[in-house]
Design a binder for this molecule. Structure first.
Ligand SMILES: [Zn+2]
Length: 92
């Protein structure tokens, strides 16, 4: 359980880029040049373009994608948990 060294796999990065691009609303965006993302962070995840991408909409698509990839779903498990109350027991 060493999630600190998590690095998104390149094939998932490609998918993230594709999702971002599909949410670029302005074809002539000078910030991302129509890609929908501005750069790649240390953990190999993209930085969405804040000028033309609706982050909530893009995030919904990303969540749909993550839901089908067990390894990602595990890493992003917080996305799928209802923040009801504090459960101490973590299944690992
Ligand atoms: Zn843009």
């Amino acid at each position: 359980m060493n999630s600190e060294s998590f690095r998104l796999d390149d094939r998932h990065l490609d998918e993230a880029k594709r999702i971002a691009g599909s949410h670029c609303k302005r074809s002539g965006c000078n910030t991302c040049y129509g890609r929908g993302w501005q750069g790649v962070a240390q953990d190999n995840t993209i930085v969405l373009c804040h000028k033309c991408v609706d982050p909530e909409a893009a995030f919904r698509d990303w969540k749909d994608y993550v839901a089908e990839i067990p390894e990602l779903r595990e890493h992003y498990h917080e996305l799928f948990e209802e923040p009801a109350d504090e459960t101490g027991g973590e299944t690992a």
